[in-house]
Structures are given as structure tokens and as C-alpha cells.
Design a protein around this ligand. Structure first.
Ligand SMILES: [Zn+2]
Length: 354
């Protein structure tokens, strides 16, 4: 990987996110919308070679959309697998409504299952967590977005770096169930810049679990700063845990069925208002060893057909726990949360590129 080794995954994805931002801004200037596939292509090709990707072809798209399996692989083999579907934050022509097409039903789908349940079911195959990557345009595009939820920093529409962001499928499911026509805004509100999930360059604050009496290794994972694969899993779990903490139902003390090969096999079966036991769904993707089909891609082999037939491809974040390079990126992140810089958001010349 010449030229890419010095970068942290977060830095590679930050560069890639900026390229996607620029693409979305150009399309908007041309009075067009961008496409999920094009945005993903720009994201992955710009993040390469630090982040590698292997595409498997196009037939899967009829059935599954263009799902990619993202895999963070640490130097000791610890791996986090995340099944990712791309979506667009869409503005209605009136400019007043914002939607993300989570509940889209494929034409002729006899089961009428919403895509979210399909994505969660599909993630079972890889024992992965499921998530959406959201392509959300630039702050000028989002200028009329009204979010009535509480904001610690800037309101949603003014946040920087969220043009490409990610949210767990469980968060999306919760948004669809409880926010109805405002589900898109609710999910966007909770989405995290993709570079923060992939990277480990920013502060990692503790997660306070609802469930008491967790296994000590899991409690330690939630409490202590993490890097690499563990950090990616933790950043996606964080909003899910926050939603669970806001639900007025008692956490069950039952244990979920142990997941073979998982770093934390012994997890509570508590599901709150989610459709599946949330800790086990989020953390089953965190594996003590790298799955064989991921090793196949790492070592230049084609994975088995049961993997390739159902995926757009695999994204590989190797050495996910490597220390970030010294220099501008660290200075940049140490200067404070970028999303709280609000005043420059609408200034000409800074559109799209934070
Ligand atoms: Zn908001």
C-alpha cells in the first residue's frame, strides 16, 4: 500500500468524505441529485489504498440493494464486521420535508417486509451488525432542515462533517417506529460522521450501560477508550445504548444465546423496544479472530459464493488499531469538535468541504 501507510483510517475516510461532499455540492449546483452508488464509489476509491475494497459484481443489487460488508481488522486479528446499505437524505420539493427511504419495499416483494428488517436479517448471514451510510449533501442543501430534538452543539442542519455519516439499522428502525414521517430527520440527528466510526483519532467517552452486572470484560470495553475494530463497534453501539436508556422498560437479566467466535460471547438478551437483542446484534460483529472470507480478501483469494452472491463487495480497514500519523490531523482534532464550528458553514468557498 504505497503512500497510504502513514494515514489513519479516520484520516483516509475524512479525505474520502470531503471528495463525496464536493461531488454532492457539484451535483446540487448543477440542479441534480447524486446517486448512492456513485457516492460510494467516490468514497471507496478516494479512501484507497489505506482502506481497501473488493467488488463482487452487480447481480446482487436486484435483491439486496448494494450492501457492502465493512471489516475493521486489528493487528492482532480482532475484527468488526458491519453490513452497510447506502441511503440519501432527500429533500421534498417543498423544502419542508426530509426523508430517508428506509421502508422502501422492492416491487413485487410478496413478503412486504420493510428493507430494514431485510438488512438486519441479511446481517445474520455474516454475524455482522447492520448499518446505513447516509449521503446528506452540504449545509446549504440542509438549510431548511428542522429538527426538534435536543442539540448540545450545533443544530443538525449546521453540523459539519456529517455529509457522509453512519447510523445503526436499530437506530433507523427506532426512528421509523417512533418518528413516522420524521424518521429521516430523527436518523440523521443520530448519525455519526463516518470518519469518526472508522477512525480512532478523537476522544472516546465512556458508555454507561443500562444493564447492570455485565461481564467484566464488556463493562471494561464500554468504560475504557478503545481503538480499531473495538472502537468502530463502540461508536455504532453508543447511540443505540442512548436510545435504550430513554425507553421506559426494565432491562431483562436473561442472557442471549452465545455467539461463537465473538469477542464478547456472553451478552444480555435485553431488547428494549428494538426488534432484536441489541447488544448481541451490535457486538456479534466484533470477532476474536478474522473470519475466513475476510482473510480470503486480505490474501487475494475470492471468498466463497455464499459471501460474494449477496454482497456488492467487502471493504477492508486493515491495521485498524494502528496509531494515527503525527501532524496536521492530530492538531486539527485537538482544536475542538469540528461540528460545533457553525459560523463558517454558509460562507462561500467553504461549501461542502469542512
Ligand atoms: Zn437534530
Amino acid at each position: 500500500m504505497p503512500g497510504g501507510e502513514e494515514m489513519s483510517p479516520g484520516e483516509a475516510l475524512r479525505t474520502a468524505r470531503i471528495a463525496v461532499d464536493q461531488h454532492m455540492t457539484k451535483k446540487l449546483d448543477d440542479e441534480h441529485m447524486w446517486h448512492e452508488e456513485t457516492a460510494t464509489d467516490i468514497l471507496l476509491s478516494t479512501a484507497s489504498p489505506r482502506i481497501r475494497y473488493k467488488a463482487f459484481g452487480k447481480d446482487h443489487e436486484k435483491e439486496h440493494g448494494a450492501d457492502w460488508l465493512w471489516c475493521w481488522v486489528d493487528r492482532d486479528g480482532t475484527t468488526f464486521c458491519l453490513l452497510v446499505q447506502a441511503k440519501i437524505l432527500k429533500r421534498a420539493p417543498s423544502g419542508k420535508r426530509w426523508t430517508i427511504d428506509f421502508a422502501y419495499k422492492t416491487r413485487g416483494d410478496k413478503e412486504h417486509r420493510p428493507q430494514i428488517s431485510k438488512l438486519i436479517a441479511a446481517s445474520d448471514r455474516y454475524e455482522a451488525a447492520a448499518a446505513y451510510v447516509l449521503y446528506c449533501g452540504d449545509p446549504e442543501y440542509r438549510a431548511t432542515l428542522e429538527c426538534d430534538r435536543r442539540h448540545d452543539g450545533a443544530p443538525c442542519r449546521e453540523r459539519q462533517r456529517v455529509g457522509v455519516s453512519a447510523v445503526s439499522a436499530l437506530v433507523a428502525e427506532n426512528a421509523v417506529t417512533y418518528y413516522g414521517r420524521d424518521a429521516g430527520v430523527a436518523a440523521f440527528h443520530t448519525a455519526v460522521p463516518v470518519e469518526d466510526i472508522a477512525g480512532s483519532d478523537n476522544l472516546d467517552t465512556p458508555i454507561v450501560p443500562l444493564t447492570r452486572g455485565l461481564p467484566e470484560d464488556l463493562a471494561h470495553f464500554l468504560r475504557q477508550p478503545q481503538r480499531g475494530a473495538r472502537r468502530a463497534a463502540k461508536e455504532l453501539l453508543r447511540p443505540v445504548e442512548q436510545i435504550r436508556a430513554g425507553q421506559f422498560s426494565t432491562a431483562t437479566l436473561e442472557r442471549a444465546a452465545p455467539a461463537a467466535g465473538a469477542l464478547f460471547p456472553d451478552l444480555p438478551a435485553d431488547r428494549g423496544h428494538f426488534s432484536v437483542p441489541y447488544l448481541s446484534h451490535m457486538l456479534r460483529g466484533l470477532r476474536a479472530e478474522t473470519p475466513g472470507y475476510v482473510r480470503d480478501v486480505m490474501e487475494g483469494r475470492t471468498p466463497p459464493a455464499w459471501v460474494t452472491a449477496h454482497l456488492a463487495g467487502i471493504v477492508l480497514v486493515t491495521d485498524a488499531d494502528a496509531q494515527p500519523a503525527t501532524g496536521g490531523w492530530i492538531a486539527d482534532s485537538a482544536s475542538g469538535p469540528v461540528e460545533n464550528r457553525t459560523s463558517s458553514a454558509m460562507t462561500p468557498g467553504t461549501r461542502g468541504a469542512a
